[in-house]
Design a protein. Sequence first.
Length: 106
Amino acid sequence: MNPQCPYCHDEVEINHDDGYGYEEDNIFNQYCGNCGKTFIYTTSIHFYYDLERADCLNGSPHNWKKIVGYPEVYFKNKRRCCVCSKEMELDQLTQPPTELRKEGDK
């Protein structure tokens, strides 16, 4: 739901052309097209976080996957953990990526 004009209570869409009105702790003003009055507003930014386990950052092995990109030669030896997004060169890995492990290896 959009905010309402403090005078006429009609819904207004805050105009952020060229980034105007995004900075916190400043007072901005806007014209209401419905009642013709100018009102002021401040901006508050709220952060939401999605939390997940990252066992690889707590002693468990990383789940390394090959990075695909262009040019291929740049990504040939790069791997990324699909849990924590850490990146490593293949020659820096202490444990082979899951797709490179031989059968029977743990």
